[in-house]
Design a protein around this ligand. Structure first.
Ligand code: GTP
Ligand code: MG
Length: 585
């Protein structure tokens, strides 16, 4: 376990080396499990990873501990819309009149915003007591006491004698051009995958902003439903989120329901008078409908509120303009929260998992295998399950099965939700580190090889057992829901989307194999390795060609190789034939 937090010089077997000696010395710094997090600056580390210099560096925090800390931190935090020309020093001096500040940062989203975390919760109340409701001229304002403020100059004509000096934290992934340049400058394919991870992963500031947004929404919901909590789930917290991903929120009413009868002696028991409804689903729909109205009418910064109550999982969708997040608020969705914890465990166990998942998600997006619009596409969630399954199938396995994680569970981990057993260990430190030392390059190539040849027609993907099983139904792609085991999380995927995935996986495996044989390209600014796989032009021109001419696969692959070779020599070409250095994420 100790080895998981350090990089060390090790022998890499020939089979795992991949490319030629220019980028691949036989002896090199081998990045093992957990090292990416340790390499990153503190503000870039994955939530839950330990301080690199701490004496107990092998201890990893539980998901619930990380979430509890984040929630408590968010409750001490405020969001302030600031005038553009502001001096950081003066701003902090003004705000700290309400108490000491633990941390702060600025960012841009429809104007300059500051996130200020106080050391104590009382400081927030002090600030709120000193704030007034604006007079909006002819437009009447709905008074609402939130933690989202506007800061204005008392005298806008003479704002400050000091120079504005605010540095803004970045909340967005790199541009395609920048990513492409970084990938081409990398030392190896492993380095490319780690670079992509580092550039795309949610930063410390972005994580804080996500938790603060949930906390602000909770304040609004709590006006109607005291004791409710709003928790983030999905990729915002499961370690696989990229900058710019949506913010999935869960309105948790368990605390309201659990309010136990007071311990008063006597023969009686008191209950709240409540209204009853025909089903849990209807209760969820009614609650979300009311909260949707509240967000629409009273939620500062909440715009474009849509109530999507007839979906399988009813939700309220809206944008939080001030944070820039597209938000999906659900309720009664506890299994999804448990899935997030499970993915967090898999993502935190070994840094190669996240690096691989990020690259494959990016690859899928570039080639339009995934989409932000619902439809017959593979989802990021399904892709992550496929990567986890693939890593469970390595020899030795890189990841344990869910059944194994269940055997490590203790009393406190026992969990049954709506009759489904969702038990697994929450303690990462109980899980033995893998003996698998395969490079990311090898894993990437083998992933494409594995799924390019997977018997999707008869087999199901199952991370609970970590082995292929007969498909229980005829959907083209069957990925067993890890907790509701009778469900298929990829039921929406049709045969043509699956075939597209298979074709692209085969082509990508083939490209990596050819690169391996050809050795590294001479000019590092030309697309190679992962960058070559992320060229949209290749897939677009290929799919157009496929539609028009239905060429045999061998010819398509030959063309693809020619295209990459010519791209190396002259720069990439997009589908319109123009030179471009565009990649997408
Ligand atoms: P992004 O694409 O980065 O947003 O990834 P995501 O994991 O957040 O996916 P999404 O926003 O679509 O869904 C949020 C969470 O809902 C996922 O992480 C899962 O926990 C859960 N989820 C999504 N799709 C399914 C599904 O088809 N079945 C089940 N059981 N859960 C799902
Ligand atoms: Mg999401």
């Amino acid at each position: 376990m100790a080895a998981r937090s350090v990089g060390w010089l090790t022998y890499v077997p020939r089979c795992a080396q991949g490319r030629g000696p220019v980028r691949r010395p036989i002896y090199r710094l081998f990045r093992c499990a957990g090292t990416v997090a340790a390499d990153l600056r503190s503000e870039e580390r994955l939530p839950g990873s330990v301080e690199p210099d701490s004496p107990d560096k092998i201890l990893q925090k539980r998901f619930s501990e990380v979430q509890k800390e984040r929630r408590e931190q968010a409750q001490r935090t405020v969001l302030i819309n600031c005038p553009n020309k502001i001096s950081e020093k003066k701003f902090l001096k003004y705000i700290s009149q309400h108490g000491p500040i633990n941390s702060h940062f600025f960012y841009e989203s429809f104007g300059l915003h500051a996130v200020v975390e106080f050391c104590q919760k009382e400081s927030v109340a002090s600030l709120q007591d000193a704030v007034c409701t604006p007079k909006l001229g002819t437009e009447p304002a709905i008074p609402f006491r939130s933690r989202f403020f506007n800061l204005k100059w008392k005298n806008p004509l003479n704002p400050t004698s000091e120079q504005p000096d605010v540095q803004c934290s970045n909340q967005l992934p790199p541009t395609s051009k920048k990513l492409f340049q970084l990938l081409c400058r990398a030392e190896s394919i492993d380095d490319q995958l780690n670079t992509l991870l580092k550039e795309f992963q949610i930063t410390e500031e972005n994580a804080k902003l996500r938790h603060l947004t949930c906390s602000l929404i909770e304040d609004i919901a709590a006006a109607y439903l005291p004791y409710c909590t709003v928790r983030p789930f999905g990729s915002s917290v499961n370690s696989f989120g990229k900058l710019g991903c949506d913010l999935d929120m869960f309105l948790d009413l368990d605390e309201t329901r659990r309010l136990s009868p007071g311990k008063i002696s006597g023969n009686f028991q008191m209950e709240f008078q409540v209204k009853s409804v025909p089903s849990e689903r209807i209760a969820t729909q009614k609650i979300l409908s009311v909260i949707g109205e509240c967000l629409d009418h009273f939620g500062p910064g909440c715009v474009g509120v849509q109530k999507i109550l007839n979906a399988r999982c009813p939700l309220v969708r809206f944008s939080q303009q001030a944070s820039g997040f597209q938000c999906d608020l659900t309720s009664n969705n506890r299994i999804a929260l448990k899935s997030s914890e499970l993915l967090y465990i898999y993502g935190t166990l070994d840094s190669r998992v996240r690096a691989l998942v990020f690259s494959i998600r990016c690859w899928a997006r570039v080639h339009s295998l995934t989409s932000s619009i619902p439809g017959a596409w593979i989802t990021n969630f399904s892709l992550t399950m496929m990567v986890i399954f693939f890593l469970q199938r390595r020899s030795p396995p890189l990841l344990p099965t869910l059944d194994y994680l269940k055997t490590l569970a203790d009393e406190g981990d026992q969990c049954v939700i709506e009759g489904h057993n969702c038990t697994f260990t929450s303690d990462l430190n109980r899980i033995r580190p893998t003996e698998n030392t395969e490079t990311l390059e090898l894993l990437l190539m083998e992933f494409f090889e594995y799924f390019g040849n997977f018997a999707f027609n008869k087999n199901s993907i199952n991370i609970r057992q970590g082995r292929e099983q007969n498909k229980p139904e005829s959907s083209p792609l069957h990925i067993q829901n890890p907790f509701e085991t009778s469900l298929n999380i990829s039921k929406n995927v049709n045969q043509s989307q699956l075939q597209k995935f298979v074709d692209l996986a085969r082509e990508s495996a083939w490209i990596l194999q050819q690169e391996d044989r050809a050795g590294p390209s001479a000019a590092s600014h030309q697309p190679w390795g992962l960058a070559a796989l992320l060229l949209p032009s290749v897939s677009h021109s290929k799919s157009l060609a496929k539609k028009k001419r239905k060429k045999p696969a061998s010819e398509r692959i030959r063309n693809l190789l020619d295209c990459i070779k010519s791209n190396r020599a002259e720069g990439p070409v997009d589908s319109s034939g123009e030179r471009t250095t565009r990649t997408q994420a």
